[in-house]
Design a protein around this ligand. Sequence first.
Ligand code: PMP
Ligand code: GLU
Length: 391
Amino acid sequence: MFEISKRISSMSPSLTIEISDLAKKLKSEGKDIISFSAGEPDFDTPDVVKNEAIKAINDGFTKYTAVDGIPSLKKSIIDRLNSYNHISYEEDEIIINNGAKQSLYNSFSALIDAGDEVIIPAPYWVSYPELVKVCDGVPVILETTFEDEFKINVDKLSELINEKTKMIILTTPSNPTGTVYSKEELTKISKILENTNIIILSDEIYDKLVFDNLKFTSPASINEDMLQRTITINGASKSAAMTGWRMGFTASKNKAFIKATKKLQSQSTSNINSITQQACIKVFDGSIEKDIEDMRVVFEKRRDLAMSLLSEIKGIRFHKPEGAFYLFVDISSFETNCLDFCKELLQEKGIALVPGVGFGSSGYFRMSYATSDENIKNGIAKIKDFIESKY
Ligand code: PMP
Ligand code: GLU
């Protein structure tokens, strides 16, 4: 009777979530597990934000709000996009969503018709191809290489473009590689798209997590053409350590597109949690800039620690991530299947990593260093033992 639809039965579950759930389960059974799987800051949400949420509850701010979000939150997002991302949006060019995941899903739903192609540079974040497919779109994978530091080769991009190409996804800083695009690199990409109708979906969820004094650049800030064709997606999950609060947003100069996603949201989930909305005003209005910066500095130190320990392991290679909180490690010299490698490592040493195949690149694993120095030291020592005893 309950035959699952073809749409959902053909969908793969999120590997990042599956593995972090498995690590949590093993831990709760009393096993000694160190998890490098979850892409989730281990810090607590800043007090200013928590207190604002408590105040919202006490003030009775607990009813439905406008589907697309309260004006005061939109205002604080507009200010933040102006000052940090150098892009200017108006209130009706923004919608607040239930995490950046819903921003992505709503955007694909509103724009993709059956057969429309979406170019996704690989390694990609696990959810992109599945969300495109569930909206009847066709993911077209644009391979990048270790040698190119996982950055888009514009000639390869040109070759993939045809009359069915609807959209390209850009993620800077990248999950899983930590790659950050410079203004010059984005300008080169913009030239390829200039005379097309291709929409850019820019996932900027890690925009505050850049290292080595690099400057983050939003694709929409490159020029007027890029501003018009780009959908900017961001949220509170990563930079403000608020994964459980579920807040993301979508911004676009195309008001009809924002209106279409609002229509979908009005019939599906309505507004996001009213308390989260009130609290998130503090995320974008500058109140927690010091907290965000303190967390960023810790992530940068952890990156350096993890890199120096991993560099003592023979047979692996990786690039220095310029942002986010992941290391994407090449284990192809071991001639093993990365899924088996990660499974055996979890069984034998209690270390959880995500196999590269989930990100479209077998022969790699992703290690999230959003965890304590102690876990990084002990966990990498175990990975070293495992590799030295097996390969
Ligand atoms: N985009 C990327 C690149 C991510 O890593 C994540 C991780 N969750 C998301 C979007 C979704 O974020 P959210 O928790 O706000 O839904
Ligand atoms: N984005 C995080 C990750 O890549 C969280 C898990 C998820 O939403 O898939 O691990």
